[in-house]
Design a protein around this ligand. Structure first.
Ligand SMILES: Cc1cc2nc3c(=O)[nH]c(=O)nc-3n(C[C@H](O)[C@H](O)[C@H](O)COP(=O)(O)OP(=O)(O)OC[C@H]3O[C@@H](n4cnc5c(N)ncnc54)[C@H](O)[C@@H]3O)c2cc1C
Length: 1018
């Protein structure tokens, strides 16, 4: 039987990102009903619809959805308010949030409309709130009354409305309260599976608290075991790093914890189910379940259960696996079949990661088909106890049809939903049904609430359709099998494959599925194979090194990595190459860039290997580096094709005005070590595609990756005289800058060097004035107000400040927290830092690698030491490498950080409620203007910061790094650079000479165009 689980696992791996039609073909076959069955199902489902509609008068969630659709401004306002309001500690910000969310929506239109008193009461709270914050109703009697009463009335009203929403969605604030509520009349005949609400754990102490909550819950439910309730467990709550890259440390830990909880549950006589989470966690969860199921002390216990998502392409083999595991371990595994709660997030992430295909279906009907075929499998399986979790009447009716007389299964529904559907089944027909019952305080409710509102507010959702008066019963009950079959199981036309995201303009760069363990291991093996580096290569003086046989880091294809030229020789060579290269058509030059992109993708493993070993990038960063380089090539190729064609300009008749964009001559491109491939090639390809020839000087720390890239560029058809490689240190740079023959400079590096370059370019009176595009650093700040979600803030701060060991120009340097939430946020941040892994960048588990070299290390460590009495937190790092331990350093004021510390050192200061504008002004005053972050749920705060911040890139409610070519053009102002932005639509023109030819077409004797006009409109 061991073979059956193993072969199911193979099939799970095979289908992960298989094409949709291929996965759906067998599911369609098995989900099909005979015409008689279909008629019975329709009849039964129609009757259920009638029941459901009748029950809407008391169905809270339906009421809510009917009143507040997601496509109305009130629905969206309510969603945002519900998400944030209860966590805001200070009255000032709470009032701003209310004004922001309630101000523009028409609450009065909803008042008293709903059949539900709860919904109406909540609405009235909002109406009052709206009246009080509205500027147009300033003079209202109510407002004057409240002003006189001097009470924080609005806040109380809105708070009460939010708490009412809480009651709608939560079974109880504590497990005992929830158990009590299950005994009420409305829940008669139902059992519950209690879910202890909360976000995924971000820190070990959080995980410890969740574990204790599960233990308590199991004990409490065990005390009333005869009532038949159970517990649902989220593995992500039990470990802050439940991630594939951390497999070796999280999976064994989770096996231990689940083993202990399962033991408790078994002893208490209750069942527990492991929830299904994001797709990359599926295989890890199977490993954990398999390990626990195999424990001798749990032998024969039928209480172990799991949820499986029908929207996933791997659903069916996962069920086969569960059945085989049940047989192997002598038990029935309780499987809860759900459709899946993370659909939107999964689609977005797959697109961002540029993966080959989606792990889930892209049409709602395909998920329904999968659910039905899988339900059938489950009913036939011998070692599965089926639980069907759905609120969809058609799905329920089909399952009842297939179950026939069998009662050996149960239904499940969410608390507050599906009323009217299940009462009848339970009370009249005796079907077993369990309620998934969230337990927790109002604070913990928020994330859950938002998810449910989104899920059920979607147009395609059954609950939404039921509430939509325009939908007929026939629409709602249309056969999903027929729908999917009609389109051959094809992908949804509005959801392109990640590769086609930017089509028809260009192909998206391909990613690697680093969330897939086998793929991650393969990449890890590739990147850790040692590379022989050329000694002294790139340090200069240029050309002084000779390359010994076989010392290249690679077997470069198709051209060997060049050695490079001396500064002036390089310029001479590029100058000689200019006439031929600039004479090529834009199309020819763009085609070279496209070919280079393809070569980069072909050589991706090798490029990542050099990135990891030479630039000390982590695996994830190395992949991002190659993808960005590929995107630059294709983006600039596309921009050139579209924007560099000659344009005929309007003017008086009898003349022709033609604007041409042409190369200026030789550009010198000087790249930094922190993006030794992406920025290097970004500069080079932009200069080349606009018709210039290029002398490319990489940073002295990273010449090998640049040499390899230049070799590929030559192989892509870019002539050696058009792209001349000039590795070297500062002297080489200086020699190149002093050469009066150069026509432009693209530089990325420090502000000091940029200024020196500018001075050199202007030093000689006889030199032409040439453009300088400089990209320099910044003292980047993130401002966080008290409406922000701390869990999200912490993730984004860790990413922005510590990823790439803080060695990105965009990285966060100063975190500015609103006083009221500073302590709580810092506690969470410290906990999150404690779970970071500092170490060898080639190890997939590493979050923070070493810094680039000894000079950088000494500078950073020196500052860190000097600030020792201001440390708020630091973590351990391995001895003996260039590892700078991520450290939080407290400062009194933003002004105390007066220079850029290019490493994982994060400064923290606080600001007072009401001083947002002042805070932005002080950040601006540093003179740098690269990136800024803002975390706030107040749209007006975001607008105000957007209006006031003098930075190139503002990031709202997200991390501050990882700009995507073509989507987030990148670059700063002031001390941070000259612009234009790399990866943006205005970059290429700066490399061009604009030339206009005006020809008098009448000079041959007359205005032929004018005279040959035909009569029109007569
Ligand atoms: C008791 C219970 C336990 C649950 N436990 C879990 C769990 O552990 N893990 C989990 O992920 N979810 C869980 N859920 C949530 C569940 O996934 C959703 O409630 C469910 O998907 C809603 O399905 P439905 O049949 O009620 O509604 P329907 O309206 O019929 O289905 C909606 C679902 O269809 C899918 N869908 C929507 N649009 C598309 C599209 N374009 N392409 C493909 N699919 C689409 C989504 O999964 C969406 O949620 C649970 C639900 C219940 C009732």
């Amino acid at each position: 039987m061991a073979d059956a689980t193993a072969s199911a696992r193979k099939e799970i791996a095979r289908l992960h990102r298989a094409a949709e039609p291929e996965v759906l073909a067998p599911l369609l076959r098995d989900a099909r009903l005979s015409p008689e069955s279909r008629r019975r199902v329709e009849n039964r489902a129609s009757a259920m619809l009638a029941d459901l509609r009748a029950a809407q008068a008391s169905g809270w969630v339906n009421q809510f959805l009917q009143e507040y659709r997601l496509n109305t401004s009130e629905g969206v306002a309510l969603l945002s308010l519900a998400e944030a309001f209860l966590r805001v500690p200070d009255p000032e910000t709470a009032d701003q949030l209310i004004a922001d969310k309630l101000g523009n929506a028409d609450w009065r239109a909803h008042a008293g409309k709903s059949h539900s008193t709860l919904v109406n009461s909540a609405t009235w709270g909002l109406v009052i709130g709206r009246a009080l914050v509205s500027e147009t109703e300033q003079a209202s009697a109510l407002k004057r009354l409240i002003a006189r009463a001097g009470e924080p009335f609005v806040r109380q009203g809105v708070g009460a409305a939010m708490r009412m929403m809480g009651e709608i969605f939560v079974m109880g604030r504590t497990i005992d309260e929830a158990i009590q509520r299950m005994r009420k009349r409305e829940n008669r005949g139902f059992t519950a599976s209690f879910d202890m609400l909360g976000e995924a754990a971000r820190t070990f102490p959080d995980a410890g608290r969740y574990y204790a909550a599960y233990e308590d819950a199991i004990r409490a439910v065990g005390r009333v075991a005869e009532e038949g309730h159970s517990i649902s467990v989220k593995l992500s709550a039990l470990h802050p790093r439940y991630e594939v890259a951390q497999y070796e440390r999280c999976v064994p830990h989770l096996i231990e914890q689940v083993e202990a909880l399962a033991g408790l549950a078994r002893d208490a006589g209750i069942a527990f189910t492991i929830d299904a989470e994001e797709s990359e966690r599926l295989e890890m969860s199977l490993d954990i379940i398999e390990a626990v199921a195999g424990l001798p002390q749990l032998k024969g216990w039928d209480g172990l259960g799991m949820a499986v998502q029908a929207y996933g392409k791997r659903c069916r083999p996962t069920l086969a696996w569960a059945d085989a595991l049940g047989e192997k371990t002598g038990r029935r595994i309780a499987v809860r079949l759900v459709k899946g709660a993370y659909w939107d997030t999964e689609i977005k992430r797959t697109q961002e990661q540029g993966l080959v295909d989606y792990p889930l279906f892209t049409r709602k009907a395909a998920t329904d088909v999968s659910y039905l075929a899988c339900a059938r499998d489950m009913l036939a399986a011998r070692h599965i106890y089926p639980a069907f979790a759905t609120h969809n009447a058609l799905t329920v009716a089909t399952i009842l049809e297939w179950a026939g007389k069998s009662r050996d299964f149960e239904f499940q529904r969410l608390h507050g939903m599906g009323e009217g559907l299940y009462e009848n089944l339970v009370w009249e027909q005796g079907y077993r049904t369990r309620i998934y019952a969230p337990v927790g305080g109002h604070r913990d409710l928020l994330a859950y609430l938002v998810r449910r509102l989104l899920e059920n507010g979607a147009n395609s959702s059954f609950v939404h359709q039921l509430a939509d008066e325009r939908m007929t019963d026939a629409d709602i009950l249309a056969d999903p099998v027929a729908k999917v079959a009609a389109v051959g199981g094809s992908r949804h036309p509005s959801i392109p494959l990640p590769e086609d995201l930017f089509m028809p303009e260009r192909k998206n760069s391909r990613g690697i599925d680093l969330l897939e363990r086998r793929e991650l291991r393969r990449v890890a093996e590739v990147v850790e194979k040692p590379l022989p580096f050329r000694e002294g290569f790139g340090e200069g003086p240029v050309g002084a090194t000779t390359r010994s046989q076989g010392s290249s880091p690679t077997a470069p294809t198709p051209n060997p990595s060049p050695e490079g030229e001396r500064g002036q020789d390089a310029v001479t060579r590029a100058l000689a190459g200019f006439p031929a290269w600039s004479a090529r058509t834009v199309e020819e030059r763009a085609a070279c860039l496209d070919r280079l992109a393809d070569l980069l993708e072909r050589e991706r493993d090798q490029l990542m290997r050099i990135c990891v070993q030479e630039a000390k990038k982590t695996i994830g960063d190395a992949l991002a580096e190659v993808r960005e380089a590929v995107d630059f090539c294709r983006y600039y190729a596309a921009q050139a094709r579209a924007g560099l064609q000659p344009v005929e300009l309007p003017g008086p008749t009898g003349e022709r005005n033609l604007l041409r964009m042409e190369g200026r001559g030789v550009w010198v491109c000087i790249a930094p070590w922190n993006f030794p491939l992406a920025i290097f090639l970004g500069q080079v390809t932009a200069a080349l595609v606009t018709g210039n020839t290029v002398v490319a000087k990489p940073a002295p720390q990273t010449p090998e990756i640049a040499a390899f890239a230049v070799g590929l560029a030559h192989g892509a058809g870019i002539p050696e005289a058009a792209l001349v490689f000039a590795p070297g240190g500062p002297e080489t740079g200086q020699t190149l800058m002093e050469d009066a023959r150069i026509a432009g400079v693209a530089f990325t590096g420090s502000t000091a060097t940029a200024k020196k370059i500018a001075r050199t370019l202007l030093a000689d009176d006889d030199r032409p004035i040439v453009p300088l595009i400089a990209e320099t650093g910044g003292i980047n700040a993130m401002i966080v107000d008290s409406t922000a979600l701390p869990e999200q803030v912490v993730v984004d701060v860790v990413t922005s400040a510590f990823r790439s060991a803080g060695q990105r120009c965009s990285a966060l340097r100063v975190l500015l927290l609103q006083e009221e939430i500073a302590d709580r946020t810092l506690d969470m941040l410290k906990g999150a830092m404690d779970s970071l892994v500092v170490g060898d960048p080639a190890d997939p588990a590493t979050d923070v690698g070493p810094v680039i070299d000894r000079v950088a290390y000494d500078k950073l460590m020196g500052h860190r030491e000097r600030m020792q009495d201001r440390w708020l937190h630091t973590i351990g790092a391995p001895e003996g490498g260039l590892y700078v331990p991520p450290t939080l350093i407290g400062v009194d004021r933003v002004e105390d950080v007066d220079r850029e510390w290019f490493g994982p050192l994060l400064h923290v200061a606080t600001w007072r409620a009401g001083s947002l504008a002042e805070t932005v002004r002080r950040v601006n005053a540093s003179g740098f203007g690269l990136t800024m972050g803002l975390h706030s749920r107040i749209a007006r705060a975001a607008e105000a910061v957007e209006g006031a911040a003098t930075v190139g890139n503002l990031y709202v409610n997200r991390s501050m790094i990882g700009a995507i070519v073509g989507s987030q053009p990148f670059g700063g102002e002031g001390l941070s650079g000259t612009g234009p932005k790399a990866g943006g639509p205005h970059y290429l023109p700066r490399f061009c000479a604009e030339r206009v030819t005006s020809t008098d077409t009448t000079s041959a004797g007359g205005n032929a165009t004018l005279l040959s006009l035909e009569d029109v409109g007569l």
